[in-house]
Design a protein around this ligand. Sequence first.
Ligand SMILES: *Cc1c(COP(=O)(O)O)cnc(C)c1O
Length: 379
Amino acid sequence: MPIRPELAHEQPYGAPQLDVPVLLNVNENPYPPSPDVVETISREVARAAEGLNRYPDRDFSELRQDLADYLALETGVAMDPFSVWAANGSNEVMLHLLQAFGGPGRTALSFAPTYSMYPEYARDTHTRWITARRDEDFTVDPRTAAAAIAEHRPSVILLASPNNPTGTALPPSTIEAVLEAARTADPATPAVVVVDEAYAEFRRAGTPSAVSLLADHPNLAVTRTMSKAFALAGARVGYLAAQPDLVDALRVVRLPYHLSAVTQAVARAALRHRDTLMAQVGGLREERDALVAWLREQRTPAGAGLRVADSDANFVLFGTFADRHAVWQGLLDRGVLIRETGPDGWLRVSVGTPQENAAFRRALTDVVEALTNVIEETA
Ligand SMILES: *Cc1c(COP(=O)(O)O)cnc(C)c1O
């Protein structure tokens, strides 16, 4: 096959999709849509079906208005539809960003460990991919960030907050420092700073959204998704907030009619139930905090304990294990699928229903007992 040489040995993205009783591996909302959400979606899809001979609204104005209203409600920041963009998952939003602002001869910069898809978007858009390091506690040091920006002169900077796979949210002061460094490095055309807030709804009280910085920063974009808190991963809807000039650049690179009429109808129907869905997120946050606390309490007879990263997301990164694959496999053998990802020795578990979390706790207790000395001693 005459495939591009840089793709020849690449494997497609593949979190294992296994048929297991307890699925805690891809940070989905564990609760399926309630009967009344399903009812609204079905009715709106039926209505959309009546017009499927026509192309959909290319600029999905009504959906953008609904997303703007939701963001305003969730963040307390006024928002208009021209400041909102959407696509098939925030994955596609990110691709639009790199198509518009990355490309040959340009660089995208991020801070590792972070989301494993970012380097793939860069590769697919011929954008050079550079990572600087996060600190030991997985935060981004503003000085490290400024130095990396000055050195590499990126045109796109990706900051996941809360970060995947660590769960770390960045304080607005760090994001402002990155924006400032981008302006200092290139005052005429500062890099586009993308804050990926896929997990924003799960942030702990007192952690503000980067949406509050949009008014002062024409080069800032904040991405969100309906896949996680909104319990709509199967619908594929992600979105972005930025000033209208930035949004207009994305309109140039999108494929015509990229958001189907069915997708638009499903998203709008779900957004009507935002109050119910947001109430459910509160429960998941409590389960998350309880899971973090429980993991921190675990001790082997020899006294070794787990390291657990603070989490503002719907998952928890924990470790460190001498053989993390053995722990992952042991959990799978007991019917619990989690994710083998992140720095060496760490594992990531999504927050499920109380029953699923209990199954995870039982299985982990069992596995750690069966694999003697698998928890690494920490200094
Ligand atoms: C899950 C996730 C997304 C969302 O992806 P969708 O394409 O919207 O499903 C984006 N960013 C990060 C860091 C994620 O973990």
